[in-house]
Write a protein that binds this ligand. Structure first.
Ligand code: GDP
Ligand code: MG
Length: 446
C-alpha cells in the first residue's frame, strides 16, 4: 500500500500533462506489488488492461482534474477492481436450516487446516443455536482421530470416529447415521488430505461425498498457497465440487493473493478466513477487508469509508480530522460506537474494528449490540476532559476508573477493556498517519 502510494505520488509529479504515461507508470508498480502477493499472472494482466482502459476512458471526458482527484480515482479503481475479483455476488451463501440435517464436508490438502477449521465452524454454528456434531473420516493419517477428538472435547462438540476402522467411507456413513438419529442439525465431516494431489485422495473424496451427500462442501486453502492455487482448486473442484472456500492462516505473513485465482478459476466464493490456531479464530470473509490487507492498507480505511457514507455530521468531520492527524480520542471512540450502532448490520461493521470481529464470532448479534450499548454507557459516564483525552488520564488517576465504572453500572475491568480498544484504534490511527508519510492529509486507497 505504501509502495503503491509512493508510486502514485512520484508518477503524478513527473508529467502532469501526460496522463497516459502516469497511468502506465502507476500500473506497473501495482502489477509488481500484486505479483509479489502471489496474485495469478494472467489475472494481473487482465486486471491491468481493465484498469488501463477504465482510467483512460474516465479521463477523456474530463480534462480539468487535479492531481489529487486523479490519484483518488486511480486508487479507487484499483481497489474496486480487486474487490470485484474476490466478490462472487451471484452465489447464494449457504445457510444451514434449523430442524434439518445439514451435512458439511471439508476437503483440502494435508496441513491446510481442515481439522482445525472443522472445529472452528462447529463452534461457530453451535454458538448460533445449532446442534452440531463432528465426524472424523480421516483414517489415513495416524493420530487424525485423536486430534479431532481433542479439539472437539475442548470445544464441547460431540464427535464420532474410529481407532480401528480404516475405511473412511464406512466411518463417515456411520457417523452421519448416528448423528442423524440423534437429530443433529449440522454434521461436519473432516476428511483426510495428502501431501500432494493424488488419484487415491480424489477417489476417496468422491466416495465419501456420495455417502454423506453434503449440503455444502468446503475446500480449505492455506493462505500461503501462492501460484499453485489455480491448478489445485481446479483439480479439487472436479472431484469434490466444493461450493465454498475457507482460507486459513491469514494471521501469518501470507496475504492470500493466491486465493484470488482459486476464486476466479472455480467461480466459488471464499466464505470464512482462519486467523489463528484457537477455536474462535474464524471470521466471515469480507472482500474489502481482504483487499485492503493485500494492498497493505489497514482496515481502518474501509471503516472510514463506511463512516463517511453513513453520517456526514460535524461530529464525524471532527473525528476524521483527528484521524488524519494520527489521533483518536475517547470522544472519537464514543462517536464511532454511536455511528456504528446506527449503521447495521452489525456483523459487517464489527469485523473491521480490532477485537470486535472476534467478539462477534463468540456471541450473537443481539449480545454484541448489548455489549456496545454498555460501552456507550461507560463513555457517557466520562467527563468532557476525559473524553477529549487520549485515555492516559485514567492511567495517571486510577480513581477515575472506579468513578466511571460506578456511574455506568459496570466494572473497572469493563472500563479498562474499552480503554484498551480505544488505545488499539489510536495506535492504528498513528501508524496509518506514519504510513502516509505526512502526505498532506491526502486520502489514500480506497
Ligand atoms: P489438516 O491436515 O488439513 O487437517 O490441517 P490441521 O487442521 O491439522 O492444521 C495444520 C496446522 O495448521 C496446525 O498446526 C494448525 O494449528 C494450523 N492452523 C490451522 N488453521 C490455522 C490458522 O488459521 N492460523 C494459524 N496460524 N494456524 C492454523
Ligand atoms: Mg486433519
Amino acid at each position: 500500500g505504501k509502495r503503491i502510494n509512493t508510486a502514485v505520488n512520484s508518477a503524478l509529479s513527473n508529467t502532469q500533462d501526460d496522463y497516459a504515461t502516469t497511468v502506465d507508470v502507476m500500473l506497473k508498480t501495482i502489477v509488481t506489488a500484486l505479483l509479489e502477493s502471489d496474485v495469478n499472472i494472467k489475472l494481473v494482466s487482465k486486471l491491468r488492461n481493465n484498469l488501463r482502459s477504465k482510467l483512460l476512458d474516465s479521463k477523456s471526458g474530463n480534462k480539468s482534474t487535479t492531481n489529487a482527484q486523479t490519484k483518488k480515482l486511480i486508487q479507487k479503481t484499483v481497489f474496486d477492481e480487486l474487490c470485484d475479483l474476490v466478490d462472487c455476488k451471484s452465489e447464494h451463501p449457504f445457510q444451514p436450516k434449523k430442524k434439518k440435517t445439514n451435512v458439511i464436508m471439508f476437503v483440502g490438502l494435508q496441513g491446510s487446516g481442515k481439522t482445525t477449521s472443522c472445529t472452528k465452524l462447529a463452534v461457530y454454528y453451535s454458538r448460533r443455536g445449532f446442534k452440531v456434531g463432528l465426524v472424523c473420516a480421516d483414517t489415513f493419517r495416524a493420530g487424525a482421530f485423536d486430534q479431532l477428538k481433542q479439539n472437539a472435547i475442548k470445544a464441547h462438540i460431540p464427535f464420532y470416529g474410529s481407532y480401528v476402522d480404516t475405511d473412511p467411507v464406512k466411518v463417515a456413513s456411520e457417523g452421519i447415521a448416528k448423528f442423524k438419529k440423534e437429530k443433529f442439525e449440522v454434521i461436519i465431516v473432516d476428511t483426510s488430505g495428502r501431501h500432494h494431489q493424488e488419484e487415491a485422495l480424489f477417489q476417496e473424496m468422491v466416495e465419501i461425498s456420495a455417502v454423506v451427500n453434503p449440503s455444502q462442501t468446503i475446500m480449505v486453502l492455506d493462505a500461503s498457497i501462492g501460484q499453485a492455487a489455480e491448478q489445485q482448486s481446479k483439480a479439487f473442484k472436479e472431484s469434490a465440487d466444493f461450493g465454498a472456500i475457507l482460507l486459513t492462516k491469514m494471521d501469518g505473513h501470507a496475504k492470500g493473493g493466491g486465493a484470488i485465482s482459486a476464486v476466479a478459476a472455480t467461480n466459488t466464493p471464499i466464505i470464512f478466513i482462519g486467523t489463528g490456531e484457537h477455536i474462535h479464530d474464524l471470521e466471515k470473509f469480507s472482500p474489502k477487508s481482504f483487499i485492503s490487507k493485500l494492498l497493505g492498507i489497514g482496515d481502518i480505511e474501509s471503516l472510514l469509508e463506511q463512516f463517511q457514507t453513513v453520517s456526514n455530521t460535524e461530529d464525524t468531520k471532527a473525528t476524521m480530522e483527528n484521524l488524519q492527524q494520527g489521533k483518536f480520542t475517547l470522544l472519537d471512540f464514543k462517536k464511532q460506537m454511536q455511528t456504528i450502532m446506527k449503521m447495521g448490520p452489525l456483523s459487517n461493521i464489527a469485523q473491521m474494528i480490532p477485537g470486535m470481529g472476534n467478539m462477534m464470532s463468540q456471541v450473537g448479534e443481539e449480545e454484541t449490540s448489548q455489549k456496545m450499548k454498555k460501552m456507550v454507557y461507560v463513555l457517557d459516564s466520562m467527563t468532557k476532559q476525559e473524553l477529549e483525552s487520549d485515555g492516559r488520564i485514567f492511567v495517571d488517576q486510577p480513581s477515575r476508573l472506579v468513578r466511571v465504572a460506578k456511574g455506568s453500572g459496570t466494572s473497572v475491568f469493563e472500563v479498562e477493556m474499552i480503554l484498551m480498544q480505544q488505545q488499539m484504534m489510536a495506535r492504528m490511527a498513528q501508524s496509518t498517519k506514519a504510513a502516509q508519510g505526512g502526505g498532506g492529509g491526502m486520502p489514500r486507497i480506497p
